[in-house]
Design a protein. Structure first.
Length: 164
């Protein structure tokens, strides 16, 4: 745990704040889920992931920690769960434009420095943020909550059959 605190102080701080706000009568929802609506939840998820990605540049390990909270917050709002994951990943992609760790091998091969590409990637970030937020919100509104339809499909045959 000590190594985790040294490597990712912002993530550990977020986890401690989240743990302090959770109590037995409250589900472990992220703090931002209280201000989101079913329509705005995908965009809020993308913004949350982008902001967190600026301070903790690690994709997969954060998803393992945050997935239960993000997905649990989507349930009461009845937001499509797969779209929640896609929105989270789009936020990660936006954060990668500001902290382009993915570009380090290419920079070494081309003999460039990070400051040589930061202007370009930041300009792309400024253009793509509103585009991504609008598309995440608009496309998320077209999807229905999948658990309701799955439960109804499973229950329908059960109701029609009778056990003698």
């Amino acid at each position: 745990m000590h190594g985790l605190v040294q490597r990712y102080p912002v993530l550990v701080s977020w986890l401690l704040v989240h743990a302090a706000r959770s109590h037995p009568g409250r589900t472990g929802k992220p703090l931002f889920s209280e201000m989101a609506t079913p329509f705005s939840y995908p965009a809020v998820t993308a913004v949350y992931r982008t902001a967190l990605g600026l301070f903790v540049p690690s994709g997969g390990s954060k998803w393992v920690i945050e997935a239960p909270c993000v997905m649990q917050a989507a349930h009461p709002l009845k937001v499509h769960l797969w779209w929640t994951v896609a929105s989270y990943n789009l936020g990660e992609a936006l954060a990668n434009l500001i902290q382009p760790f993915w570009m380090l091998p290419v920079l070494g091969l081309l003999g460039l420095r990070a400051r040589d590409i930061m202007g370009v990637t930041f300009s792309i970030f400024l253009v793509l943020v509103p585009v991504v937020l609008v598309l995440v919100t608009a496309l998320g509104a077209t999807l229905s909550y999948p658990l309701y339809t799955i439960v109804m499909r499973v229950q329908a045959p059960l109701r029609s059959s009778s056990i003698v």
